[in-house]
Write a protein that binds this ligand. Structure first.
Ligand code: NAP
Length: 388
């Protein structure tokens, strides 16, 4: 049975598992072409399984995700769940922009209110240049007062100091959304940020719990560690239980891309509980963390914030192939993948080091330094480079 969690000061409990509508199945691999029948069936299965929190954003799936979610929840389902979506603050330049975007989102979602409204992907710069400069907290408060939004929060990609500044900026935040998983305890908001937000009464939503899918991979080098555990579970289940075991964690979003993942993650959430993992379990996860850190050279989570690249490079796709080569010890497969499956116009070698992506990367990856290396290692057979 689905478990429900405490959520800051709010008198409402989200399901342990939330549905992230950012990695939905597509008909042809193009983000904007959502496979409606498959994705709708996944949403309906999640609701049947007790999921009551659905997360989308103005920009997901080339701006098609909100429209899809609105359609999938039409016919009575909308009232059974809570919808979270996000204001694309980088598009707010004029006084009327915030409200215009919000009204457009309400239409796309076929609803008269958004339950959880977030200022999207705040970092040090966007906080100053958008939130402070355009007084967006006041605008969100007005939207709350007129009923278009119910709770206000922000999603976040930067370091703990910036996180604290934003949390402390106002007492109007109801909740926040952070990237957190057993690999990211000391980067981004980190464990310190999680505890800080919870201590201030904010509900905490977790994104990228599987580090964009990486923590679900069956890494050969990690098998002996997992096998030594007293509890038998998949790597994905371990990563999720690690989060749910912590009392400060509210809802854990998973960007599920298949029905099987929806079923597995509902089953995991149903087994979850605060304090479920033992000290030995947590020590094991620390060992896996150390091992993974030593295996994955580029900390890309495939969030795609770096896209579109003005030169067409599919940055996350190239990094993913490069990382997997080392994590799975499959360099030849990754070279084949690069040659055959990554289209010529999106290969690493198209990078001209314009550096437009650098500021957009939440992980602060030196993308343009890595890109020629990836191109040479995967495209030209150069020896593998593990660090720069
Ligand atoms: N506000 C922001 O700044 C921001 C940024 C990022 C994400 N988000 C939100 O947070 C949500 C969650 O983040 P995320 O999508 O990165 O979550 P995630 O759970 O870390 O990654 C999702 C990926 O994990 C894999 N996966 C999930 N369940 C699995 C299972 N049971 N077994 C094996 N693999 C599994 C799938 O990868 P494959 O497709 O490779 O199988 C899936 O696409 C997003 O969907 C989005 O709604 C928000």
């Amino acid at each position: 049975m689905m478990q429900y969690r405490k959520f800051g000061k709010l008198d409402w409990q989200p399901s342990a598992l939330g549905f992230g509508a950012m990695r939905l199945p597509t008909v042809d691999g193009k983000a904007g072409h959502i496979d409606y029948p498959k994705a709708e069936a996944m949403i309906h299965k999640a609701i049947e399984g007790g999921v009551n929190y659905f997360d989308t954003a103005y920009v997901y799936h080339e701006q098609q995700s909100e429209t899809f979610v609105g359609k999938a929840l039409a016919g009575g389902l909308r009232d059974r769940v809570r919808i979270a979506t996000k204001s694309p603050v980088w598009l707010v330049n004029e006084p009327g922009d915030f409200d215009r975007l919000l009204d457009e989102q309400l239409k796309r979602l076929q609803t008269d209110h958004i339950d959880f409204y977030l200022l999207h992907a705040l970092n040090r710069n966007s906080f100053q240049d958008k939130v402070v400069k355009h007084d967006l907290v006041k605008r969100a408060e007005a939207a709350k007062a007129d009923g278009r939004i119910r709770q206000m929060g922000f999603s976040f990609h930067d370091n703990f100091e910036t996180f604290k500044t934003i949390v402390d900026y106002t007492d109007k935040w109801d909740f926040c959304q952070i990237q957190y998983n057993y690999m990211d305890t000391t980067v981004q908001a980190g464990t310190k940020g999680l505890k800080y937000a919870a201590s201030k009464g904010l509900g905490v939503v977790i994104m990228e719990p599987l580090l964009g899918g990486k923590l679900a991979l069956d890494v050969p080098a990690a098998r002996p560690l997992w096998a030594s555990a007293s509890r038998k579970a998949s790597p994905a289940d371990w990563a999720l239980q690690w989060l749910w075991s912590q009392p400060e964690v509210g809802v854990v979003l998973s960007g599920m891309s298949t029905m099987e993942q929806v079923e597995q993650n509902i089953a995991s959430a149903s087994e979850s509980a605060v304090g479920k993992l033992t000290a030995a379990d947590n020590a094991l996860i620390e060992k896996v963390r150390d091992l993974m850190n030593s295996l994955s050279p580029i900390p890309c989570t495939r969030c795609e914030y770096c896209l579109p690249c003005p030169n067409g490079v599919n940055i996350p796709r190239n990094f993913d192939s490069y990382n997997k080569a080392l994590m799975f010890d499959i360099l030849d497969d990754s070279r084949f993948d690069y040659r055959v499956w990554i289209s010529d116009d999106s290969k690493a070698e198209r990078c001209i080091q314009c550096d437009e992506c650098l500021d957009k990367c939440p992980q602060k990856i030196a993308i343009s330094t890595w890109m020629p290396i990836v191109g040479e290692v995967l495209g030209l057979g150069r020896e593998y480079v593990k660090s720069i």
